[in-house]
Design a protein around this ligand. Structure first.
Ligand SMILES: CC(C)(COP(=O)(O)OP(=O)(O)OC[C@H]1O[C@@H](n2cnc3c(N)ncnc32)[C@H](O)[C@@H]1OP(=O)(O)O)[C@@H](O)C(=O)NCCC(=O)NCCS
Length: 162
């Protein structure tokens, strides 16, 4: 699978298997890591130090901040009412549908197999549970499961030097 010539990838980015990803005309910032079988479409920007796990799809219209974790098989969307053909019965072209933008803010994490409907903002440091379907904005630092259900606050884990 290809990495298109217009894709901008910082030299520190780690792509675990370049033969098994599909990146076209997107921008990927420093130290970000990308697993196999990931597709990232044109005009997507990924921040620094993100981890994108295998089998995830990030479509046009999505912007991802810094320090974002995306689990396995996470699906973003950008067309709320998708259709194959237009009113004339012809295959749809880009002018037949509205692209809706989505944002994932710094430090957020998205569990495996989550689906993110278009137009939402996932807040800073928020954590989306595995298998969730997110249709509404997620507040900063909240844990959300299933269909927009807030279950608590994220407590940052990991090693600290202070
Ligand atoms: C959402 C999440 C952070 C919750 O963790 P937690 O706060 O420790 O919650 P608990 O495990 O104590 O579960 C609390 C309740 O929520 C339920 N629950 C937990 N995660 C859930 C999820 N993703 N979807 C639906 N229900 C979930 C549990 O079954 C439990 O239900 P109960 O009270 O009826 O017994 C975690 O379960 C999760 O989904 N993490 C993402 C994992 C992932 O995808 N990692 C990707 C890389 S491998």
């Amino acid at each position: 699978m290809p990495i298109s010539p217009k894709t901008k990838i910082h030299h520190s980015v780690v792509i675990h298997n370049e033969d098994l990803i599909n990146l076209y005309d997107c921008t990927i910032n420093k130290y970000t890591q990308i697993g196999p079988f990931v597709e990232i479409q044109k005009n997507v920007t990924l921040g620094a130090r993100c981890k994108i796990s295998s089998h995830t799809f990030i479509c046009e219209g999505v912007t991802i901040g810094n320090d974002v974790f995306i689990g396995h098989g996470v699906m973003f969307t950008n067309d709320k009412y998708p259709q194959s053909t237009n009113t004339n019965g012809k295959m749809q072209s880009r002018k037949d549908w509205n692209l809706i933008k989505t944002k994932v803010l710094d430090g957020a994490s998205i569990g495996s197999n989550a689906t993110i409907l278009p137009g939402v903002t996932i807040g800073k440091g928020a954590l989306i549970g595995a298998g969730a379907t997110i249709t509404k904005d997620v507040p900063n630092n909240k844990i959300v499961i299933q269909n927009n259900i807030i279950t608590g606050d994220v407590k940052k884990t990991g090693t600290h030097n202070d």
